[in-house]
Design a protein around this ligand. Sequence first.
Ligand code: FES
Length: 109
Amino acid sequence: MKRIIEHPILGKEKKRKKIKIIVNGKNMYAYKGETIAAALIANSHRGFSYTHRFNLPRGFFCGIGQCTDCSMIVNGVPNIRTCVTRVEEGMIIETQYGYGDKDENNEGS
Ligand code: FES
């Protein structure tokens, strides 16, 4: 897990509760209060979604909920902007293909 433990300006990281999330069927760990995108990047996960038309990979881009490049399927709900959505214990997160409907999702797998 890649994280900044001690920042030159912000200081040492405060102790936070570690929680489990499930990403594409694999267990990963996150810290309570961080966004899904932050947890995924800390776990070296970069591919968040694939475009509908050309099946091109998308990932973290704006980081402020404006571009939708970080959209994923979260607990069965497509188009969740992971850069502005906080992790929850046991959250199920899946790569989104296209618009995230089930038929399209199966095509891209
Ligand atoms: S990275 Fe742009 S909306 Fe999340």
